[in-house]
Design a protein around this ligand. Structure first.
Ligand SMILES: [Zn+2]
Length: 117
């Protein structure tokens, strides 16, 4: 089932997905690989260990956030494909188009989202 509305969001979601993948690739192929960071950490004085730990946590958190974002985009695209896109997962109400434009991966109406947070 394809409507002009879902075409618009498919285009938007696909663009978001490509941006995100490009960002993840840029990070992975960045100037510092994890192996380099680990080698630096080994050379550090013990005082620096706590700081190094923080940096590792940060990069893991970043990847988790991006993985979650990718997951949200993929499941939105899946909902477009099965025709349930734009319906609140919780109460089934149609999510206003304005909200979807602002956040194409929105899974809940404003009401349910507010209750979930
Ligand atoms: Zn709802």
């Amino acid at each position: 089932m394809t409507t002009p509305i879902s075409d618009t969001f498919t285009t938007q979601l696909t663009a978001m997905r490509q941006d995100l993948l490009a960002r993840i690739r840029a990070q992975r192929g960045g100037t510092r690989s994890r192996a380099d960071a680990a080698a630096d950490a080994r050379d550090m004085a013990s005082d620096d260990w706590a700081k190094a730990g923080e940096e590792f946590d940060l990069s893991v958190a970043l990847e988790e956030r991006e993985a979650a974002e990718l997951q949200a985009i993929d499941s939105a695209l899946q909902r477009v494909a099965d025709g349930s896109y734009g319906l609140c997962l919780q109460c089934g109400t149609a999510i206003p188009t304005a909200r979807l434009h602002a956040q194409p991966t929105a899974e809940r109406c404003v009401h349910c989202q507010a209750r979930a947070e």
